[in-house]
Each structure stands twice: as structure tokens, then as C-alpha cells.
Design a protein around this ligand. Structure first.
Ligand code: WTA
Length: 656
């Protein structure tokens, strides 16, 4: 976000006080902040009582910067906490998921009892295939109930899931499988998108050509398309899982047992395998969801409109929601599968009371027009949430007025794959909200905004967002690389977790998130690193050098702009530039994912570099956003930048 844009936001700040009716019935009451602040560690210990422990923990926090242990002598089973406990409490008939397919005719209702049966069957099937405690299992699935069942069955066995977003390419999948040495894969033959089947299994087959350690692949039949089959390795879900017993006796694991790995982009070309452990993670996802979404398990219908391939899906479609025992909508399709009012139809039909989504989706729905929501009864909604990127006040106001009927509180929640759960947010019924601000640290969480030297900035000032105290759901590190974990998050400001985001405290001390200040881009809420895309581009034989920046974009938040110099060989001048650009965009889609396709590629004979040979991305970002160029005095050849700016006007390309 540009400074000017932020200033404009702050200027028009409005404040929305919580309604007294909401405040009266809210799960969080104002004393929550003082209670937690008095002794955050003990406060979190109390929250851990939300879990069903096989052995109660007597330890709370052990902290040796940057490695934390929470509740370390307790033992538990994550899947028992999500499912068995509710069945045991007599709530087996309660709906866990209203699953809504891409096609309107496609839906399933799954109760907690049915979920337990499916999880036990899947656990038995995985055991039969050889999955054991500590094994890594890749999950590459569309948004179908079996994805949740697979995750719960894996953690039930004490194995570790690594869910890879199904939009990632075969190359991206294989590198993730290899990095954590996954030996099993759960997938589906395909998925539905706006009525059309798209195959998923071919990407797995291609990925596994370079993953010799994978012993078995479990495949859900979703689209019934033709599939290539490797006998001995591939197993149909319906043949392997459905015949299993619906009972499974769980084992209990230490609180610090690793539950899952989630790859996310950092500032290097190689995604980081962020891993989370059990007791602390589950405690914080359950606590945050309860207070922030004000869950009333007997009446609420929650819809977290995210994909299980990202952390939001893990924490607030699977683990937090199930521990809290609520009923959810889980949706397979796109916002316009079956029409631009599909979302509003779903909310009306299932009487969704809480909706949690990303600003980029809100902006898309906003572009389509308010007549779509206006045509539906959205009166069941009582709370709205957003996550994933800074929300611009226009989108916030549109969400409030057109979706929330100007009555629903909005919680703008800041967090990361690494934090595991929400860290900065208003609390409904307590916090007066400002459109565009995430407001305050969650109770029991220590956050600061610091300057270059690590000193706190005052009100009205901006700086770097840091987290000052360990928290239960913090990542325990980068899988297999503790040094990289220390270096990435804990070295910039010693003793503090450096999030990579810029933030500002306004005159009231409330927090505004300003986006990444490192080389991580946020495209429609998806994290991608500039170097990852550069790496993909230079992997193309025609490319000599590439520089990638994230430029502001009205819909996607940021968009990828790539500056590329080609290897020149005889006759190349004649090659069609537009064709070359398209070839490069497709190449990036193949190596990473279609979400990583640059919006624009500018072919340039040179890139701006400092005298020490570093590419000056800051300048390129200025060019990409049509801003006045900053200081160019350290450039080897200052004319390069102007030349590139001219090229942007003539040779750019982009179709989204
Ligand atoms: C950004 C998603 C502003 C931020 C849960 C962070 C946000 C990155 C917000 C993490 C928000 C997330 N306001 N920015 N409410 N929520 N971000 O790991 O830059 O996919 O560092 O986790 O998204 O993205 P990740």
C-alpha cells in the first residue's frame, strides 16, 4: 500500500461502537484483556482446559528463545478433541458440516457421529497402508469432506500431514513432498470448478516420478474421469476406506508432538515447511475462534470461506471449529459457480450466521454489484470476519453495509501461517472498530511496532510489526532447518519475532497493518515470494535474468510484475514478443501454480542494479506502480530505469 493511500484511509477514519445488545451476550467481556494481561501464561493454561487431555499438563511454558514448549508433559489426541469428545458427550447427531458442492444439486450433511465413523475408517485404512506415527503424509485434495477426514485420520495416528493447496503444480507438489520426505499421499481423481471437472491425479503421478519414497497413494473418486493407475501404489478410497471398521482406539501423544507441516513462501526461492505441534496449537485456535467469532455452538452456522490448503482452512475450518463443536458450511466451488449470487444463496439456504473470508474476495463480490446480495435474505448473519491481507476501508464498508446489513460487527484478523492462529483483531462486543484496522492484540498476545533499532514507536507512527512474547500456537520452526527459523524470524530484532509486516499505530494506539515489507507478495491473499517467481522465470531456457515485484492491484491486493532480460541468440529479434511473454507466464504456472502467473511481464535489455550488483526492486516497484522514481544515485546506469518505464508502456501484457 502506498503512503498516500494510507493517509487517505486514516483521514476518513470512522468508528463503529459495538451494539449494547451484542455486548451483553458476547463470549468475551471487557475484563478479558486485564485478566490475560495480569498473567498471560496462566491465562493460556486456563484456556488449555478447553481440550480433552489424556494426561493433564503440569508444565505450561518452557521458553528458550526462539524455541517454545507449551503444556509439554500433557498428552492428548487431536482427532479425539475434534470428534470423539462430541460424540461421547451425546452430540453425535449434531451436524458438523453442511458440505456444498460446486454444482447446486450436490450437497452432503455430515454429523459428528458420521465424521467419527469416517475418521476411524480412514485411520484404519491408513494403518493398513503402513502409515505410522511420525510419518509425513501429503494431502492434495479439493474441498471435499474426505480432505478433512484425511487430516483428522492422519493426526489420529500421530502422523504428520502436509496439505498442499490443490492449485499448486506437479513441480510444487513434488518439491514439498521431497522437502519433508512424505511417504504417503492422499488425493482425488479430480475436482469440479464452475461445473467442469478438472483432473488432479495426473499432477500427483507427475510429481511422484521424482519422489521414489512414496509408498502408497489413496485416491478419492470425485469426478469419475479416466485415471492412470499404478498398481501396488495407488488405492481407491472407496475400496480401501469404506470396508474398514468404524471403531479405532486412539493413542495419545505428547503436547509437543508435531501435527502438521504447512509450506509457505518466504523471501527465498524455497518455500518453508512451517510446522505446528499439538497442545498449544489446538488451545489457541479454539480460544481465538470462540472469543473472536463469538461462537454459540447450539445456534451458529459458521462459514469460513477458505481452502483447507491454507492455514485459515486448517485452523478455522478443521481444528478450531471442530474443537468448539459447531456446525459449518464447507463449500467446494468458486464464488460464481452457478451464478454471481451463489454465495448469498448458500448463506440464505443454510442460514449462515458467521462469515469469514478474504478482502480480495470481498472486492470481487463488490465489483459484481450489490444487487446480487440484495436479492437474498442475509438476515441470519450476525458477525463477519476478514483475513489474509489489509482490507481497504471501501471494501470494509461495502461488507458492513451490503452483507452485514450495517448491524454485524466485523473482525479484521491479522495472523500468519507461522502464528498458527489469530493474533491481532477486534473483539466483537468490546472493541469499537475502524474500517481498515485490525485494532488490538488478542488477549494474552504481546505485539509491538518498532523502528529500525527495535525501539517502540509512538502513537501516530509506523514501523515493523513484532511479537514480543511466545504464544501457544506459534510455529515450532521450519521443518528440518532450525537455523533458518532463527535467522528468518528472530535475528532482525533479538528476542522478538519479526513478522515481515509493516504496521502503524494510530493516534489512539490502534493497529493498522500495512502489508509485507520484505520480498513476500500477497496476491489475492496467497503468499508468494518474489524470488520464487524469479527462480521459476530464470529456469526457462530463454531467460537470462528476472526481477519480480508485487505492485498494488485494486482487486487482488498485489499483482506480480516481472522484468525479464532474455538470452539473445541469432534471429531472436524476430521472435514475437507477445508469444514469448505468454510462454513465460505459462511456464511460471507450470513450475509453481496459475496463481503465480505474472500479471505483466516486461522484456527489457537490462535491469537496474546497484554498484554492488544488486537488483533494485524498490525502483522497479515504483515503475510498476507508476510512481515517481526514488533515489537512483547508487545505480550503475540510471538511464536503465527510464528505459524500463518506457517499455512498460509499449510491451506489457496481462490478461487478468
Ligand atoms: C497478511 C494468512 C493485513 C500479512 C492467515 C501476513 C494480513 C500474511 C492480515 C500471512 C490482515 C494476514 N491484515 N494483512 N488482517 N491477515 N495478512 O501465512 O502480510 O497465508 O504476514 O496467513 O498475510 O499470510 P499467511
Amino acid at each position: 500500500m502506498t503512503e498516500a493511500k494510507l493517509e487517505a484511509w486514516l483521514d476518513e477514519t470512522r468508528v463503529f461502537a459495538p451494539s449494547p445488545e451484542f455486548a451483553k451476550q458476547a463470549n468475551a467481556q471487557p475484563s478479558i484483556y486485564t485478566d490475560a494481561a495480569a498473567d498471560p501464561v496462566s491465562w493460556w493454561r486456563k484456556q488449555a482446559d478447553r481440550l480433552v487431555w489424556h494426561k493433564q499438563p503440569t508444565n505450561t511454558l518452557e521458553w528458550e528463545i526462539p524455541f517454545a514448549k507449551w503444556f509439554s508433559d500433557g498428552t492428548l489426541n487431536a482427532s479425539v478433541n475434534c470428534v470423539d469428545r462430541h460424540v461421547a458427550a451425546g452430540k453425535g447427531d449434531k451436524v458438523a458440516y453442511y458440505w456444498v458442492g460446486d454444482a447446486e444439486s450436490d450437497s452432503r450433511t455430515i454429523t459428528y457421529q458420521e465424521l467419527q465413523d469416517m475418521v476411524c475408517q480412514a485411520a484404519n485404512a491408513l494403518t493398513e497402508l503402513g502409515v505410522k506415527k511420525g510419518d509425513r503424509v501429503a494431502v492434495y485434495m479439493p474441498m471435499i469432506p474426505e480432505a478433512v477426514v484425511a487430516m483428522l485420520a492422519i493426526v489420529r495416528l500421530g502422523a504428520i500431514h502436509s496439505v498442499v493447496f490443490a492449485g499448486f503444480s506437479a513441480d510444487a507438489l513434488s518439491s514439498r513432498i521431497l522437502d519433508s520426505d512424505c511417504t504417503f499421499v492422499v488425493t482425488a481423481d479430480g475436482a469440479f470448478r464452475r461445473g467442469a471437472a478438472s483432473a488432479l491425479k495426473p499432477a500427483v503421478d507427475e510429481a511422484l516420478e521424482s519422489c521414489p519414497n512414496v509408498k502408497a497413494v489413496l485416491v478419492v473418486k470425485r469426478t469419475a474421469g479416466d485415471v492412470h493407475w499404478t498398481d501396488g501404489r495407488d488405492h481407491w478410497w472407496h475400496e480401501t476406506v469404506d470396508r474398514q471398521s468404524t471403531s479405532h482406539v486412539p493413542e495419545f501423544f505428547p503436547s509437543e508432538h508435531t501435527m502438521f507441516i504447512m509450506y509457505t513462501s518466504g523471501t527465498t526461492a524455497k518455500p518453508k515447511g512451517i510446522y505446528h505441534t499439538t497442545g498449544g496449537y489446538l488451545t489457541q485456535v479454539a480460544t481465538t475462534q470462540d472469543y473472536i467469532f463469538d461462537l454459540k455452538p447450539d445456534t451458529d452456522i459458521l462459514w469460513t470461506a477458505a481452502d483447507i490448503g491454507w492455514i485459515t482452512g486448517h485452523s478455522y475450518i478443521v481444528y478450531g471449529s471442530l474443537i468448539n463443536g459447531i456446525t459449518q458450511v464447507m463449500y467446494e466451488g468458486l464464488p460464481d459457480s452457478g451464478g454471481k449470487d451463489r454465495w448469498w444463496k448458500i448463506i440464505e439456504q443454510y442460514k449462515v450466521s458467521i462469515l469469514y473470508t478474504a478482502p480480495t474476495t470481498i472486492r470481487t463480490l463488490m465489483k459484481w454489484g450489490k444487487e446480487f446480495p440484495a436479492g437474498h435474505d442475509l438476515s441470519s448473519l450476525r458477525l463477519l470476519g476478514t483475513v489474509g491481507e489489509p482490507i481497504n476501508p471501501e471494501a470494509w464498508m461495502w461488507y458492513r453495509e451490503n452483507i452485514g446489513g450495517s448491524r454485524c460487527p466485523i473482525v479484521d484478523t491479522w495472523w500468519q501461517t507461522e502464528t498458527g492462529a489469530i493474533m491481532i483483531t477486534p473483539l466483537p462486543g468490546i472493541t469499537a472498530t475502524k474500517p481498515g484496522a485490525a485494532m488490538r492484540p488478542f488477549p494474552g498476545i504481546g505485539v509491538d511496532v518498532v523502528d529500525n533499532n527495535g525501539d517502540s514507536v509512538g502513537n501516530g507512527e509506523g514501523g515493523y510489526l513484532v511479537i514480543t512474547h511466545p504464544w501457544p500456537s506459534m510455529t515450532r520452526g521450519i521443518y528440518g532447518d532450525p537455523e533458518r527459523y532463527r535467522e528468518t524470524y528472530w535475528s532482525r530484532f533479538p528476542g522478538k519475532y519479526f513478522a515481515g509486516d509493516g504496521a502503524k499505530r494510530d493516534e489512539d494506539g490502534d493497529l493498522w497493518l500495512l502489508g509485507r515489507i520484505d520480498d513476500v507478495m500477497n496476491i489475492s491473499g496467497h503468499r508468494l515470494s518474489t524470488t520464487e517467481v524469479e527462480h521459476a522465470l530464470v529456469g526457462h531456457p530463454a531467460v537470462a535474468e528476472a526481477a519480480v515485484v508485487g505492485a498494488s492491484d485494486d482487486t487482488t491486493g498485489q499483482a506480480i510484475v516481472a522484468f525479464v532480460t532474455l538470452r539473445m541468440s541469432a534471429g531472436d529479434e524476430e521472435k514475437d514478443q507477445a508469444a514469448m511473454i505468454e510462454e513465460l507466464r505459462q511456464h511460471v504456472a507450470k513450475v509453481i501454480s496459475p496463481i503465480a502467473k505474472p500479471r505483466q511481464i516486461i522484456l527489457t535489455p537490462d535491469l537496474p542494479k546497484t554498484r554492488s550488483g544488486k537488483i533494485m526492486r524498490r525502483l522497479l516497484r515504483d515503475v510498476a506502480e507508476n510512481r515517481q522514481l526514488g533515489d537512483v544515485t547508487t545505480l550503475t546506469d540510471p538511464t536503465v530505469v527510464n528505459m524500463i518505464a518506457d517499455l512498460m508502456d509499449t510491451h506489457s501484457s496481462g490478461d487478468e
